[in-house]
Write a protein that binds this ligand. Structure first.
Ligand code: UD1
Ligand code: CA
Length: 454
């Protein structure tokens, strides 16, 4: 069965007080709309249609590579009017699933069970009971319990206002039914809008059953209207992700200070301290320890790695038994072989560090290939950039680079070669040689310190 997913995203979201369209605000590193799209795309045989209005161009730009039918709703005359715009695009014999660009966390399983309930004789409606139903459309049921209508808060009478079962807005229905009912909507109501919700009464009057589905949690159907709701939902979502990792055996020192903005895979006995942020795709092996305040993006980390506090890894790959930080920065293309060590205030970029090699303190190593068993002294810098072009530094196995060395690339240091501290190396150093490239020390015996003038 084809599923036409219609996502409503034309509203301004003025309570966000933002120049960015509401649906482009991020939750867990991904825009609200992207959450909805990603979930919908996991249903089979879907065709996505997004109704846009406010900030339409900005929204479209974000999804240029996705197979989406964009439909512009020039004036926002109500949810029914919004879905009307999609009518010409609905497939002949499909089910239409209506979602909202600002309701990001609805689960796939919920959507699947809704779609499975739709027939020529039934509609599926997602409803939930709330302690405080203020503002929502109320689900009106007959004495026998069947749904007969949805009444919007502003149109409800006193008895209806006491109903706690509310409309989440999400529903699934045969497209042929929408073709029949939507043209009959009127805006004769308290808000002067074309309410999508009015189709429920039309259906009930025709003897079509309204089957209700309920989400596992309220947050699954929570819309975002302001930044407070956005952060509440973010925290809830992060806590869910944290719980999931804890169930997989990860130690989180404080699950309320854990952020995953992407996807993570973890081995056994991983320990993550407070305020660690993961972004993009991250994989972590067994027995890994990550101390506080680290940011790890799109990186892979092998077994038994220790990442000390305040380290930042971006598109880095770290093999087993490495030690990183504190205060290390591994930029894109940093590849560490087993047992390598990157110490404090060391920055690496597009660099291969061989097995057991150490860059322990205060260095910049960029565009470099470093063999195994190399020791790079404190303060060593690869001068990889002449202001226009970048050049490579190659350091072969077993080399020892003295502290505060400048390696002016392109340059090669041979196997087991030694560079004296404070050298500026501009030419190749052969295997096993010692290179010293610095001014000679002079000791002046008759030196007088200047005296202060009165
Ligand atoms: C709607 C439902 C209400 C439900 C509530 C759940 C209707 C008439 N009411 O009310 O029963 O309890 O959602 O949150 O459907 N939109 C458009 N174009 C429009 C109008 C709205 O794209 O012309 C989009 C908005 O951007 C928004 C969503 O549809 O994301 C909901 O619209 P909104 O006006 O907020 O509906 P509610 O009054 O909250
Ligand atoms: Ca709303």
């Amino acid at each position: 069965m084809n599923i036409d997913v219609v996502i409503l995203a034309a509203g301004q979201g003025s309570r966000m007080r933002s120049k960015l369209p509401k649906v482009l605000h991020d939750l867990a590193g991904k825009s609200l709309l992207k959450h909805v799209i990603d979930t919908a795309q996991q249903l089979e045989h879907t065709h996505l249609q997004v109704i846009i209005g406010h900030g339409a161009d900005l929204v479209k730009e974000r999804f240029v590579n996705e197979d989406i039918q964009w439909i512009t709703q020039q004036q926002q005359l109500g949810t029914g009017h919004a879905v009307q715009q999609a009518l010409p695009f609905l497939k002949e014999d499909s089910i239409t699933l209506i979602l909202y660009g600002d309701v990001p966390l609805t689960r796939l399983s919920t959507l699947k069970s809704m779609v499975s309930l739709v027939t020529e004789q039934s509609i599926a409606l997602l409803t939930v009971e709330l302690d405080d139903a203020a503002g929502y459309g109320r689900i009106v049921r007959s004495a026998s319990g069947s749904v007969t209508a949805i009444v919007e808060h502003k149109d409800a009478d006193t008895a209806q206002l006491n109903i706690r079962e509310i409309n989440t807005g999400i529903l699934a229905v045969k497209s042929s039914h929408l073709r029949e009912w939507l043209p009959k909507l009127s805006n004769n109501n308290a808000q002067g809008e074309y309410y999508l919700t009015d189709i429920i009464e039309m259906a009930a009057n025709q003897g079509i059953e309204i089957k209700t589905v309920h989400p596992d949690s309220e947050q699954e159907v929570q819309g975002v209207n302001n930044r407070l709701q956005l952060s509440d939902l973010e925290r809830w979502f992060q806590l869910c992700q944290a719980r999931e990792l804890q169930e997989q055996g990860v130690t989180l020192k404080d699950p309320s200070r854990f952020d995953l903005r992407g996807e993570i895979t973890v081995g056994t006995d991983v320990i993550i301290d407070t305020n660690v942020i993961f972004e993009g795709k991250v994989s972590i092996g067994d027995n890994v320890t990550i101390a506080s305040n680290c940011i790890i993006s799109d990186s892979s980390i092998g077994d038994n790695v220790e990442i000390k506090a305040n380290s930042i890894l971006e598109q880095a790959s770290v093999a087993a038994d490495c030690v990183i930080g504190p205060f290390a920065r591994l930029r894109p293309g940093s590849q560490l072989a087993e047992k390598a060590k990157i110490g404090n205030f060391v920055e690496t970029k597009k660099t291969i560090i061989g097995e057991g090699s150490k860059v322990s303190h205060l260095s910049y190593i960029g565009d470099a290939e470093i063999g195994s068993g190399v020791n790079i002294g404190a303060g060593t810098i690869t001068c990889n950039y002449d202001g226009v072009n970048k050049f490579k530094t190659k350091i072969n196995d077993g080399a020892f680079i003295g502290s505060n060395t400048s390696l002016v690339a392109p340059v090669t240091i041979g196997k087991e070669a030694t560079v004296g501290a404070g050298s500026t190396i501009t030419r190749e150093v052969s295997d096993n040689n010692l290179a010293v490239a610095r001014g000679k020390q002079k000791n002046i015996t008759s030196w007088q310190r200047p005296v202060k003038k009165s």
